[in-house]
Design a protein around this ligand. Structure first.
Ligand code: TC6
Length: 698
């Protein structure tokens, strides 16, 4: 018997136990172990039924994703599930934790399923760019009907034990969370009641009931909007449809396999699997051991009740951490608190919060006008506008009032953390916590380490990110850190492309076609054009050579973006849809004239290369300087902070897919044609190309 799967007779039940931490994934050893145990159970005359149960925190959480892309070792999963189902004595799956993907497919191959109340089930393969290829698309709809199976398989959403029972996926919700006892008792009941072997593949009632329905066409129409650019949801829908249209179950399985293989070979699968592991890898920071002590964070102070400060405060209230929110004037404080309340109420209107929860969360956010109220908080986050003098003065005051050991954080998106820390006598307690707008929604937390930031402060920030359900990425200190440093390069290039003849909407369309949820200029309108403007002005004041821009003119005319209903685009009351505005075309034309420029035709390919390759070149510099530890840190920053399509794996992974030689060639071309520091090739990029390596090899 395999080391990770055991077989034991308990009374008249043959118990097959899987024990393969951390999540009992179906690696080769687990598959062959289950196969051997099923054979043993079948041959064991004393076993009247078999029970599959797992050790540890969860039932089988799916195929072993680490084996994807490698040569398959027998037994394969679809064959194993069929073998389980073909067993001539009842097989029961006892589910705790999560039965996901291949794990749920194994359970669907069993004849009966019981789950503890806290369990969840799901087929999340679509999130990895594939489909449930071990019969899941054929068996699930035989239990749930077409629509529920389509919803579950195309979204990958998990379903609670209670709902799984309601949808027909499981047969019983156990009375307690003691999975072994409950599973065994249920298996005994199956034997005692003489329940038959019940194979899901032979249940055809739900298929018959929906013959001729147009549910698939309708569903596909909806997907076109929801799953723009993605392959997997469409293949998932076609595979489920095959359960209804294929002449037999086996023919359905064959169709499932074809659609599965297509996805397995796709770049989207590679990108999504990279994103999955990268998201887990970012929490393991080189040089910061897992057992680094952390500080206890029981209460938080936030300075600034504007859009950012309010959103930041909500993150903490959402997980039960009390927040003191500071403003200078009562009016601003009242306004900020009212906006927070409105945000919560809107969520409640959508049914995602009860009014009781709204009140509970609001009661955790208390306003104040006085810094002295921060004397006992464990963490303060400053979220005021981007001016070094203002930030330094705030940190000076915090140094006066905060208790020893309190963490002093800035939400700055660009400024030097060390200079901010220099306003205090405790730079080891100072760190950057850069939230992304809207701060209560975006999953990224860019955590900026200063030169003197203490290790326990870094570890606390990483842990806190998880606590507030964000993905924390620890980065070094430089202008704009990882995310905005790259974004600024893209922004400058996008502005130049418009100077040269492109329209803002052409630039934005290239980026949305790549998979970004919005383009550079629509994003600028959302964030506020005044932000970029004041950053440029600050840099000009510092003597940097920042060229004039038509966007400065927008800011000077009060076109500040969505908040003034006009920026690079115009907006209609109550709508966030960017509408091209002839007035802006006029401003751009006037700017070109003033600068003596003649508009030329700019191709989409040039826009793509200049906007994206300039970022990748900068990303390589960021890696070389140690600002990001690994290329995957940059990938996750961009996926969760800026909506880079996860199916492309992040900008650095995407660059590896394109080929770094091609990227370098283009960088050199634009160095000649466009010029500027941003097009000076990164030495790391040159080195990798010379060695035939990729960012992923570092
Ligand atoms: C499939 O089944 C296809 C079937 C068709 C075949 C024909 N494989 O997320 P956590 C690791 S596709 C390998 O931090 P949590 C993870 O990398 C699969 N490893 O924990 C991490 O490792 P580390 C369908 C896996 O408690 C550790 O486990 N299934 C796998 O927050 C802990 O993970 C899915 O897509 C795996 N399948 O969440 C489920 N899963 O410690 C994917 C996890 O070395 N998994 N690991 O960093 C999840 O959604 C979550 O991991 C969870 C646990 C809900 C199971």
């Amino acid at each position: 018997m395999s080391e990770v799967v055991s077989y034991r007779l308990e009374g008249n039940i043959g118990v097959i136990t899987v024990n393969y931490p951390p999540v009992n994934a179906l690696g080769h050893a687990v598959r062959s172990g289950i196969q051997a145990a099923i054979t043993q159970g079948r041959e064991d005359a004393d076993a009247k039924a078999l029970l599959i149960v797992c050790e540890g925190r969860t039932f089988i959480a799916g195929a072993d994703i680490r084996e994807f892309g490698k040569p398959l070792q027998e037994p394969n999963l679809p064959g194993l599930v069929n073998e389980i189902e073909a067993t001539d004595k009842p097989v029961v799956a006892a589910i705790h934790g999560t039965a996901l993907g291949g794990g749920l497919e194994v359970a669907l191959g069993c004849h009966y399923r019981i789950a503890v109340p806290s369990a969840k089930v799901g087929l999340p393969e679509v999130k990895l760019g594939i489909l449930p290829g071990a019969g899941g698309t054929q068996r699930l709809p035989r239990l749930t009907g077409a629509l529920k199976a389509l919803e579950m398989i195309t979204t990958g959403d998990f379903v609670s034990a209670k709902n799984a029972l309601e949808f027909g996926i499981i047969d019983e919700v156990a009375g307690s969370d003691d999975i072994k006892a409950e599973g065994l008792a249920f298996a005994r009941k199956v034997v005692d009641e003489g329940r038959p072997v019940r194979r899901v593949s032979e249940l055809n009632d739900k298929l018959e009931a929906e013959k001729g329905s147009d549910v698939f066409d309708q569903f596909r129409e909806g997907l076109k909007k929801k799953a723009r650019g993605l392959l997997a949801p469409f293949n998932c829908a076609s595979a489920v449809e095959a359960a209804f249209t294929a002449p037999s179950f086996l023919d359905g399985l064959k169709r499932e396999r074809e659609l599965f293989s297509e996805l397995m070979a796709s770049d989207q699968r590679a990108g999504l699997v990279h994103s999955f592991f990268a998201e887990r890898e970012v929490s393991k920071v080189p040089g910061l051991p897992k057992d680094t002590p952390v500080r206890d964070i029981q209460s938080v102070g936030v300075i600034g009740a504007g859009t950012m400060g309010g959103g930041i405060a909500m993150n903490f209230a959402n997980v039960g951490i009390p927040v003191r929110l500071l403003e200078l004037k009562q009016e601003a404080l009242d306004k900020g608190l009212a906006i927070i309340r409105k945000n919560y109420e809107n969520t409640a209107k959508k049914g995602r919060l009860t009014m009781e929860q709204v009140e509970e969360r609001m009661s955790l956010i208390n306003g104040t006008l006085s810094y002295s109220d921060f004397s006992d908080v464990d963490l303060v986050i400053e979220a005021v506008f981007e001016r070094m003098d203002v930030k330094k003065s705030i940190f000076g005051q915090l140094d006066e009032v905060c208790k020893p050991g309190a963490i002093l954080a800035s939400n700055t998106s660009t400024l030097d953390i060390d200079e901010i820390a220099s306003a205090t006598k405790r730079p080891e307690d100072v760190i950057g916590l850069h939230f992304f707008s809207p701060a209560n929604v975006m999953k990224l937390l860019e955590i900026v380490r200063g030169e003197k930031t203490a290790d326990d402060v870094k570890a606390t920030a990483m842990q806190l990110a998880k606590r507030i359900k964000k993905v924390g990425v620890l980065v070094g200190n430089c202008h704009g850190f990882v995310g905005n440093r790259m974004l600024h390069k893209r922004g400058a290039e996008a502005m130049s492309l418009v100077d040269e003849g492109a329209t803002p909407q052409q630039v934005d369309k290239v980026l949305t076609d790549l998979g970004f949820p919005m383009g550079q200029f629509a994003m600028g309108d959302l964030a506020g054009i005044d932000i970029g403007y004041s950053i440029r002005q600050e840099r000009r004041k510092n003597g940097e050579d920042v060229p004039a821009s038509w966007m400065d003119k927008l800011a000077e005319k009060g076109r500040l973006g969505q908040k003034t209903m006009a920026g690079t685009y115009r907006y209609e009351e109550g709508s966030r849809k960017p509408i091209p505005d002839p007035e802006v075309d006029g401003i751009i034309a006037e700017f070109r004239q003033e600068q003596g420029m003649t508009a030329r035709e700019v191709t989409d390919q040039e826009i793509l290369e200049r906007c994206m390759y300039v970022m990748i070149n900068e990303g390589a510099k960021i890696l070389d300087e140690g600002i990001a530890y690994r290329s995957l840190d940059i990938d996750i920053t961009w996926i969760y902070g800026y909506g880079f399509p996860a199916y492309r794996g992040g900008p650095m992974f995407w660059a590896d897919q394109i080929g770094l030689d091609k990227i370098l060639e283009a960088v050199k071309k634009y160095q000649k044609e466009v010029g500027g520091k941003q097009w000076e090739p990164s030495p790391l990029l040159e080195k990798l190309v010379a060695e035939g390596k990729r960012f992923g090899d570092l």
